[in-house]
Write a protein that binds this ligand. Structure first.
Ligand SMILES: Nc1nc2c(c(=O)[nH]1)N(C=O)[C@@H](CNc1ccc(C(=O)N[C@@H](CCC(=O)O)C(=O)O)cc1)CN2
Ligand SMILES: Nc1ncnc2c1ncn2[C@@H]1O[C@H](COP(=O)(O)OP(=O)(O)OP(=O)(O)O)[C@@H](O)[C@H]1O
Length: 196
């Protein structure tokens, strides 16, 4: 099946996700995520401001602030499809300027270098157990990951996992995926071979 069709089918499926389950699963993913990172030495974490039906990141961001971690979120430059991450300490530092997505206001925040991000949470719509991903199609994360050396992770609902994604040369997989049910060590799955 083509990437475009897989993306569309999953968007349709996600749009029917019951709102109580959306809240419950997001909460479980938050708990699993916080447990997971407490054993990782990560100070600065890059993630997006979610919009339904993406796994809700607002509670996660507040939990990270409480743990004293640095939270950085992306601002897109559509002209060259690049992203710059800015440190936020408060939701009031966000604005909506692009595609109805909340982004940091650069007048109120400070940009950080990609090299200072210890863990990047990569958004997406469809995922495989080996960490390949189909996003919204902007190619923002594929481009960013090509110059990124830190750890990467995705947060997903179990229903977003599929057996196989046919990857293209520029697709870069994440190290792990956290769902409401489990944590998938994608890097290890890939090293065992055979999975795409
Ligand atoms: N919450 C959240 N924030 C995020 C992302 C995300 O997936 N989720 N992104 C993850 O990458 C980046 C924004 N991603 C985008 C991906 C594609 C297009 C895009 O294709 N725009 C088309 C119009 C598409 C349409 O209307 O259907 C365009 O600009 O022409 C825009 C932004 C950064 N912020
Ligand atoms: N490293 C890169 N350099 C230049 N162009 C790229 C790179 N990675 C991806 N692209 C281009 O970006 C476009 C979108 O890619 P794709 O459909 O895989 O996006 P996606 O994975 O859904 O989006 P995202 O990575 O933002 O989540 C493709 O047309 C591809 O050619």
């Amino acid at each position: 099946m083509s990437k475009q069709l897989m993306r569309k089918n999953m968007k349709d499926k996600l749009s029917r996700l019951d709102s109580d389950l959306y809240i419950l699963y997001s909460e479980q993913i938050k708990t699993n995520f916080i447990k997971e990172i407490s054993s990782l030495n990560v100070r600065t974490i890059g993630l997006t401001i979610s919009a339904f039906p993406e796994v809700n990141t607002e509670g996660i961001i507040h939990a990270l602030w409480e743990l004293g971690r640095t939270v950085v979120v992306p601002k897109c430059t559509p002209q060259d499809r690049s992203m710059t991450f800015y440190r936020i300490e408060d939701y009031n530092q966000l604005e909506t300027v692009y595609m109805n997505l909340k982004e940091p206001n650069p007048k109120l925040t400070t940009a950080v270098e990609p090299s200072s991000i210890d863990l990047l949470i990569v958004p997406g719509i469809v995922y495989s157990k080996s960490g390949y991903r189909i996003g919204y199609g902007g190619g923002y994360y594929d481009r960013f990951l090509s110059n990124y050396k830190g750890k990467s992770m995705s947060l997903a609902f179990d229903m977003q996992l599929v057996d196989e994604i046919v990857s293209e040369d520029f697709d870069l997989p994440v190290d792990s995926i956290i769902t409401e049910r489990t944590t998938i060590m994608c890097k290890e799955n890939r090293e065992m071979g055979g999975l795409t």
